[in-house]
Design a protein around this ligand. Structure first.
Ligand code: NAP
Ligand code: GDD
Length: 351
């Protein structure tokens, strides 16, 4: 039985990767942060199937302990402060976790289990102000946020440990991937949650920043498969994982509303732009400059040719299927929230 250690197991990708590895018969270990209240995040349903170890990316002693306990064949380093917007508010914490944290875990592996294979969660944010379209493994980097800059250090130190110590280390340069388990602060989930609430009458409108930004979006389930494939190769290497399509945020909004039978029509410009329900004329989308970023990544479009060729990786969930799954899941969540509230109101009323 192979053993794998996942950092960031409670996050979106960590949860899908844990499911994939359990299906493949791995013994799965995960590190979890100690918080004031125990929170299993996205792995509530897996907590009895995986072995959890308390550790933190900023504490090398805890990481050495985690490697010692798990003795992993494979380590997937997914833990990060992953919200780009927050990286301007917490640049030092972001660097500690997303840059130095990678060094900490590489050192822990080098000293305790140097033959473990290592996956680093690199990102298309490293391309930032893109120097080439589409972006591939050889495209020069130009990060545009403290998050992107920190991740670039993680990327290069992963490569450096491969070249310096002959360790099996890979970086997956993953473009945006979303899911029903995505955090509510990310634009896709913010949209699908709001669409469900507006449709069910518990929210008036949605406020966003730059809706002309373009992203290359896929589903997390497809992307965690690529992580596993990277660690099964004879030679460690770095790969771009992307859908090869790019869409504006506004297209995501339009499609999400279409799934609940609402057509959005746009009028105005810049912060004055609004999206209205075509049937009722009601404003359902507004622009709020507080969601603009100090420096923006306007366009991401990845070229996954190398992954398709070497890893035999293919995307299975299309953009429109992704939007549909997220909207349907949020409709269900909001409906049960409303039903729960009604149940409690009713219970209170009958007392
Ligand atoms: P996510 O949902 O935000 O999950 C991040 C995970 O990291 C959570 O489990 C979080 O734990 C953990 N974490 C944060 N700080 C930590 C610390 N100091 N010590 C230990 N654990 C810590 O992110 P995701 O979308 O699954 O992404 C996974 C990885 O891929 C991240 O490294 C992200 O930067 C990278 N990435 C993501 C995308 C994407 O589009 N999703 C694209 C490219 C790269 P808590 O539950 O305690 O907060
Ligand atoms: N979050 C958010 N909220 N983004 C908004 C909003 C809003 O209200 N309005 C417009 N946007 C725009 C952002 O300015 C950005 O251009 C785009 O929507 C996507 O934002 P996010 O969903 O927050 O994702 P991201 O692209 O910044 O970062 C994600 O993808 C990276 C890979 O490219 C994260 O998952 C990163 O961890 C990941 O590395």
């Amino acid at each position: 039985m192979k053993k794998a250690l996942i950092t960031g197991i409670t996050g979106q990708d960590g949860s899908y990767l844990a499911e994939l590895l359990l299906e493949k018969g791995y013994e799965v270990y995960g590190i979890m942060r100690r918080k004031s209240k125990v929170d299993y995040g996205n792995i509530e349903h897996l907590k009895d199937k995986v072995k959890l170890i308390y550790a933190d990316m900023t504490d090398i002693v805890s990481l050495i302990n985690a490697i010692n306990i798990s003795q992993p064949d494979e380590v997937y380093n997914l833990a990060a402060q992953s919200f780009v917007g927050a990286s301007w508010e917490q640049p030092v914490a972001t660097a500690d976790i997303d840059a130095n944290g990678v060094l900490n875990i590489l050192e822990a592996i080098k000293n305790v289990k140097p033959d473990a294979r290592f996956y680093q969660a690199s990102t298309s944010e490293m391309f930032g102000l893109v120097q080439e379209v589409p972006q591939k493994e050889t495209t020069p980097f130009y990060p545009r946020s403290p998050y992107g800059v920190a991740k670039l250090y993680g990327h290069w130190i992963t490569k450096n440990y491969r070249e310096s110590y002959n360790m099996y280390t890979c970086s997956g340069i993953l473009f945006n991937h979303e899911s029903e388990r995505r955090g509510l602060e990310f634009v896709t989930r913010k949209i699908t949650d709001a669409v469900a609430r507006i449709k069910l009458g518990v929210q008036d409108h949605l406020e966003l920043g730059n809706i002309d930004a373009k992203r290359d979006w896929g589903h997390s389930k497809d992307y965690v498969r690529a992580m596993w494939l990277m660690l099964q190769q004879d030679i460690p290497d770095d790969y771009v994982i992307a859908s090869g399509e790019t869409h504006k945020v506004r297209e995501f909004i339009e499609l999400a509303f279409q799934h609940v039978g609402i057509d959005v029509v746009w009028s105005g410009e810049g912060v004055g732009e609004v999206g209205k329900d075509k049937a009722t004329g009601k404003v359902i989308v507004k622009i709020n400059s507080k969601f603009y970023r100090p420096a923006e990544v306007e366009l991401l479009l990845g070229d996954p040719t190398k992954a398709k060729k070497n890893l035999n990786w293919e995307l299975e969930i299309t953009f429109s299927e992704l939007v549909k799954r997220m909207v349907e899941s949020d409709l269900e969540k909001v409906r049960s929230e409303i039903n729960g509230r009604e149940y409690f109101n009713e219970a209170a009323a009958t007392k």
